[in-house]
Design a protein around this ligand. Structure first.
Ligand SMILES: [Zn+2]
Length: 57
């Protein structure tokens, strides 16, 4: 496959088991292997929680 500098859109999903809401979207390089993890405010949990990368359909 040819390498491109294409960027993909991913969702940042709240990691709290009872929540799992996708609160944010971010871009990342197509060849970036590691999963994004960020501490972000979740309005459903009403606090800052860890958000992990999830795929967008
Ligand atoms: Zn949450």
């Amino acid at each position: 496959m040819a390498s491109t500098k294409k960027k993909v859109t991913i969702a940042l999903q709240c990691t709290v088991d009872t929540c799992k809401k996708r609160n944010y979207t971010e871009y990342k390089g197509n060849n970036q292997q590691e999963k994004l993890e960020k501490k972000k405010f979740c309005k459903h949990c009403n606090q800052k929680t860890m958000h992990k990368e999830a795929k967008i359909k």
